[in-house]
Design a binder for this molecule. Structure first.
Ligand code: FAQ
Length: 311
């Protein structure tokens, strides 16, 4: 019986069909999905902070309205993704506790500070750009609710990327000081953006199994290369350079060669030693504690409604 179920699962995955919440799945598959989707959800929620920092200081009403909409979208993405983990039997409260106790990860990128308004543009261009590059293939991930969430999320990420690029285009048409701000911001975010794709394939503990289960559709290095190829012409059109002396077109490979990110820095940030790790978690913990009364009120309301229905 167990063999039949396993065979059916394998066949479904190989046929590029979707595994749905009520289908049988191996424990490892469920665990891997909860880990990846929860990390993704936490990244969206923590990822509201670096840009949120600039909402009250946006230089115009238009920029403020765009930024507000983007940060709200990120909250929405986090909520879709937490819902996807619930279809696998995870508990949202438990995931939040794990995040604020440092037992679950979120993307390294959100542990870097946003020092100028140009960072808002560069986050849109490069961070959302990297997120899109990673998430478009996830629209074909084997778990149905995650794949469907990714389709909606990617549509919004595309708007996020465009608003960032348009903001930077505007700054590049401005004064020399504004152009310098953009270049400085690109210099600070380029390497952390490349780290978003995860460690090199040779050090990626999860890739092989996740590819076999078709949770991941490309390896970390494949996606990183794709992102570099996509970003270089965009940088040229913008008039900025990337801080990598090894970056150059390789005619033979038909791809750009590029340098290696500082992987010691990456692991230090992942382990909690980045510039903003403490601040991000402290802020998230406070927001969660401050929201306790809302959760209590919602639970009391739901209980009353249940009594009314029964009566
Ligand atoms: N940061 O074996 P692998 C966004 C960990 S959304 C921190 O290669 P895997 C939208 C990894 O968890 C950004 N930790 O791992 C937005 C594992 O540790 P574990 C988030 C990282 O899962 C934009 C260990 O290293 N996107 O930005 C990172 O197969 C703007 C070994 O790594 C997603 O989560 C990292 N960068 O591949 C929001 C997309 N990389 O768990 C606001 C979905 C790796 O074994 C503003 N996730 N680690 O203890 C994925 O595609 C994959 O999980 C990867 C990592 C590719 C991120």
């Amino acid at each position: 019986m167990a063999d039949d179920l396993e065979l059916r699962f394998e066949r479904t995955v190989q046929a590029e069909a979707r595994i749905e919440p009520r289908d049988w799945m191996p424990d490892g598959y469920r665990k891997t999905l909860i880990r990846q989707i929860a990390q993704h959800a936490h990244s969206e929620i923590i990822g509201m902070q670096p840009e949120g920092n600039w909402i009250s200081r946006a230089p115009s009403l238009r920029r403020k309205a765009i930024l507000l909409a983007k940060v709200q979208d990120e909250a929405g993405h986090g909520l879709y993704l937490y819902s996807a983990t619930e279809t696998l039997g995870a508990d949202r409260e438990d995931l939040t506790t794990k995040l604020i106790e440092g037992r679950q990860k979120y993307s390294s990128i959100f542990n870097y500070p946003t020092l100028t308004f140009a960072d808002v543009g560069v986050i849109g261009w490069l961070v959302d750009g990297a997120a899109i590059c990673n998430q478009v293939p996830l629209c074909r991930t084997s778990y149905g609710p995650y794949a469907r969430a990714m389709i909606r999320i990617c549509k919004e990420e595309s708007f996020h990327q465009r608003q960032g690029y348009e903001l930077l285009m505007t700054m590049m048409r401005g004064t020399q000081q504004q152009r310098d701000m953009v270049q400085d911001s690109v210099n600070r975010w380029w390497w952390p953006a490349l780290m978003m794709f995860g460690p090199p394939d040779s050090e990626s503990t999860n890739t092989e199994q996740s590819m076999a289960w078709r949770i991941k559709r490309d390896t970390n290095d494949e996606l990183r290369q794709k992102f570099v190829n996509m970003s270089v012409p965009q940088a040229e059109a913008l008039g900025v350079t990337f801080p990598d002396p090894e970056l150059k077109w390789n005619e033979e490979r038909g791809q750009y060669d590029f340098g290696s990110p500082d992987w010691d820095e990456f692991w230090q940030v992942v382990k909690g030693g980045g510039v903003c790790n403490e601040q991000r978690i402290a802020h998230r913990r406070k927001a969660h504690e401050d929201g306790a009364w809302v959760r209590e009120a919602a639970a009391a309301h739901a209980q009353k409604q249940a009594v009314v229905k029964e009566g």
